[in-house]
Ligand binder design. Structure first.
Ligand code: PLP
Length: 476
C-alpha cells in the first residue's frame, strides 16, 4: 500500500495511499455486515484478556495496513453490531448510510464550530440547520439553539440557562456575574420519577444536589400526574422552597411515555417556572404526519432537547438544544480576544462558541444536513412510522398471550414486558439470548425485573418479532 502518510495532501502518491486506506476500511466494514448477530457472545473476561494482549503504545508503529488487519481480526468481530435485527435493548440505533459518509467528511476536514475562521461553511450550515429545526418544532423567529454532544449535555445546557433566566427574572440576580444567590439551596426542579438521570446529574453539577430534584409521581401510562405536580409545587412554596424549573419528558427512556406539555406549561406559568422538554427520544415523531401529534406542542416549552443519535438514526454523537428565546442562551456568551472578538459580529462573522457550553466542537450538523437532504421528510416519516408500528405489533402479540405481562401501551417504539415466571426467569432469558447473539434490555417496574425492546431499527419486520417471541417462550 505504501508508507502511511502523516497527513493527507495534494501529492498524487499520498492521495492514492489515502484512497486505498479508505477503500480497505470500507471493505473491512462491509465484510463485517455478513454477521447479523448483535454480539459475538465472547465471554467478558476472555474478551478483556484478548484485547489487553494487543498492547498499548508500541515503540515503533506497524503502519496502517497491519493496524487495520488487527482491528478487523481482533476488535471488529466483538464490536456491537447496531444494524443487527437481533439488537433491541437501548436507544441506540444503526446509522443511516449517508451519515457514515458524512463522518468521513467531518473527520477529514476537522472543522471546529467554535469560531467562523475555524469552520466558515460549517458555521453557516449549522446556523441554517438550527433555524430550520426551530421552525420544524414550531418556534418563532426569536428562537435559537446549538448542537451538542448528546441528550445529557443538551438537558444540562437547558437547565443551566433556565436557572440563570429564573434568577434574573424572579430574584433580580445575575448568576453569570455574581455566582449563586444566598437562597440558592432552596431552588427545586420537578420532573417525572421515570425521567432520565441527566436531570439529577445536572442538579449535582449546578451545586443543587440530587435532593433538589423533585420526582413527580406518574399515572398508569407512566406520564407525570399533573395534579400531584401542582400539589408538590404548592407544598414546596408553603415550605419556603423555590420551584424554578420543570422538565417534561417526551419519550421516557424505558416506556417511551410522553408527558402533557400543555398542562405542565399552565402550571409553570402560574408559578413563574422555566419549562424544558427532554425530547431526546420522542423528537423523531416530528417527522411523522401520522404520529407527530403524540409529541404535544413543544413550542410551548422554553427549551427542547432533540437527539439525532436516537430515533433519527444518526451516528453518535449528534444532539441539539433549542431555546424559545435567543436571550435564554446568552448565559453561555463570553468573549475571548483569541477566538470570538466582539468586533467580529459587526463584520458579519458568527462565532458559535457564543451560544455553547463547549468550545471546540464537531461539525455534526453536516450529518443532519446530509440525511435531511438525502431522504427528505418522507424518508424519515417512513423510518419513524416503521418503528412505532413495530412496537404496536409487538405489544399486541404480548397482550394476547397469557405467558406475558406488558403493563404500558407504547406511545413511541419501546415495549417493557416480562414473562409471568418471576424475576429469575426474566433475568435468565436475557442472559441466554445474549449468549445466542440477541441483545434485549432489562429494567424494572414496581420492584419487578422487566425485559425491554427498543425498536429503532427500520429493518425489523413482524417476522423477526415473532421469532424472538417464540425464542423467549422456548427459554422459559
Ligand atoms: C429520555 C432521555 N433523555 C436523555 C438521555 C441522554 O442522552 P445521551 O445519552 O445522548 O446523553 C437519554 C438516553 O438514553 C434518554 O433516554
Amino acid at each position: 500500500m505504501g508508507k502511511t502518510p502523516v497527513i493527507l495532501s495534494a501529492d498524487a502518491e499520498t492521495k492514492e495511499v489515502f484512497r486505498r486506506m479508505i477503500a480497505d476500511t470500507a471493505d473491512a466494514i462491509i465484510r463485517s455486515y455478513d454477521d447479523n448477530t448483535a454480539y459475538s457472545g465472547k465471554d467478558v473476561y476472555k474478551l478483556r484478556e484478548d484485547l489487553n494482549r494487543l498492547g498499548f503504545l508500541p515503540e515503533k508503529g506497524t503502519g496502517f495496513e497491519e493496524t487495520l488487519s488487527t482491528v478487523e481480526k481482533d476488535i471488529m468481530p466483538h464490536l456491537l453490531r447496531t444494524w443487527s435485527t437481533m439488537y433491541m435493548p437501548h436507544l441506540h440505533a444503526p446509522a443511516l448510510t449517508e451519515t457514515i459518509a458524512s463522518e468521513l467528511i467531518i473527520g477529514t476536514f476537522n472543522d471546529s464550530m467554535d469560531s467562523w475562521d475555524q469552520g466558515p461553511a460549517a458555521t453557516e450550515i449549522e446556523e441554517n440547520m438550527i433555524h430550520g429545526l426551530v421552525k420544524l418544532f414550531g418556534f418563532g423567529p426569536e428562537a435559537d439553539g446549538t448542537f451538542t454532544s448528546g441528550g445529557t449535555q443538551s438537558n444540562m445546557a437547558a437547565i443551566i440557562a433556565g436557572r440563570d433566566w429564573f434568577c434574573k427574572k424572579h430574584l433580580n440576580w445575575d448568576v453569570k456575574l455574581n455566582g449563586l444567590p444566598s437562597c440558592y439551596g432552596k431552588l427545586r426542579l420537578y420532573t417525572s420519577e421515570v425521567s432520565h438521570f441527566s436531570m439529577d446529574k445536572t442538579c449535582h453539577v449546578m451545586g443543587l444536589g440530587y435532593n433538589s430534584v423533585r420526582k413527580l409521581p406518574i399515572d398508569s401510562r407512566c406520564k407525570v400526574d399533573i395534579e400531584k405536580f401542582e400539589e408538590m409545587v404548592k407544598q414546596d412554596i408553603d415550605d419556603g422552597l423555590i420551584p424554578f424549573c420543570a422538565v417534561a419528558t417526551i419519550g421516557t427512556t424505558d416506556y417511551g411515555s410522553i408527558d402533557d406539555v400543555a398542562a405542565m406549561r399552565r402550571i409553570c406559568d402560574k408559578y413563574g417556572m422555566f419549562l424544558h422538554a427532554d425530547a431526546s427520544y420522542g423528537s423523531g415523531l416530528v417527522m411523522s404526519s401520522r404520529y407527530r401529534s403524540r409529541m404535544g406542542d413543544l413550542s410551548l416549552c422554553d427549551s427542547v432537547t432533540v437527539d439525532f443519535h436516537k430515533m433519527f438514526l444518526l451516528p453518535i454523537s449528534c444532539s441539539v438544544v433549542l431555546f424559545r428565546e435567543k436571550s435564554m442562551q446568552e448565559c453561555f456568551e463570553l468573549h475571548a480576544d483569541y477566538l470570538n472578538r466582539e468586533e467580529d459580529e459587526e463584520e458579519g462573522y458568527i462565532n458559535l462558541v457564543d451560544k455553547s457550553l463547549q468550545t471546540t466542537r464537531r461539525f455534526d450538523a453536516l450529518k443532519v444536513f446530509m440525511s435531511f437532504r438525502t431522504r427528505g421528510k418522507d424518508g424519515f416519516a417512513s423510518i419513524i412510522d416503521t418503528a412505532v408500528e413495530n412496537a404496536d405489533y409487538f405489544y399486541s402479540r404480548l397482550i394476547a398471550d397469557p405467558v406475558f405481562i406488558a403493563p404500558v401501551k407504547p406511545e413511541i417504539s419501546s415495549v417493557v414486558f416480562a414473562v409471568i415466571d418471576g424475576d429469575e426467569a426474566n433475568k435468565n432469558i436475557r442472559k441466554r439470548l445474549m449468549d445466542e447473539g440477541t441483545v434485549i434490555g432489562q429494567t424494572s417496574k414496581d420492584g419487578k425485573v422487566m425485559l425491554k425492546f427498543t425498536l429503532l431499527n427500520p429493518a425489523l419486520t413482524h417476522d423477526h418479532i415473532d421469532k424472538v417471541i417464540d425464542r423467549i417462550k422456548a427459554l422459559r
